[in-house]
Design a protein around this ligand. Structure first.
Ligand code: NI
Length: 186
């Protein structure tokens, strides 16, 4: 997920982030069979890319890797101690009946924001970078973010929750943005 209302710093990204529409962002990602050093490097690169963007969450398909890996850190405030989380094969085990609306953004859909309703709290199970099974209950922004990132692993974007007309409008803007970025690079 994107940190609210800040301009992207594409130039200092460790791994370039794919921009919607891209077929790789629509794919169902495979479970990570075991956690290799290569995957740990990928997770570290993703965290660096996420912080640089700046963002609060990033999923592996957003950097073109179709495996079930997400990173997030939703700690707010400049002086607050960071809490980077690396999750392999994350799974939502339980969701609250209570819902929450949050204005979401996405590093793959720059500068577009929309209200999305999701369960207010979720219990998530995952493998950490050392291969240990972990679980935790998240609420507030953490719950929104972890659900948004897990959606990416199923090829789902936050705009898929919007009405078709709004979704098409955002997609058209992204097509235009990608053309502009391609022209700048050329
Ligand atoms: Ni996203």
């Amino acid at each position: 997920m994107r940190a609210p209302r800040l301009l992207p710093k594409w130039n200092i990204m460790k791994r370039p982030i794919l921009i919607h529409p891209d077929p790789r962002l629509k794919k169902f990602c495979a479970d990570v069979p075991d956690i290799s050093d290569e995957l740990r490097v990928l997770a570290d690169d993703m965290l660096e890319t996420m912080y640089a963007a700046p963002g609060i969450g990033l999923a592996a398909p957003q950097v073109g890797v179709l495996q079930r890996l997400i990173v997030l850190d939703c700690v707010k405030g400049e002086d607050a101690k960071p809490r980077p989380l690396v999750m392999f094969n994350p799974r939502v085990m339980a969701s609250s009946d209570e819902m929450n609306v949050y204005e979401e953004g996405c590093l793959s859909i720059p500068d577009q924001y929309a209200d999305v309703e999701r369960p207010e709290a979720v219990k998530v199970e995952w493998l950490d970078r050392d291969g240990n099974m972990r679980d935790e209950e998240f609420d507030g922004l953490w719950a929104t973010c972890v659900q948004h990132e897990i959606d990416h692993l199923d090829g789902k974007l936050f705009i898929d929750y919007l009405k078709p007309l709004r979704r098409q409008m955002i997609t058209r803007k992204m097509v235009k943005l990608k053309k502009e970025l391609a022209r700048e690079k050329a």
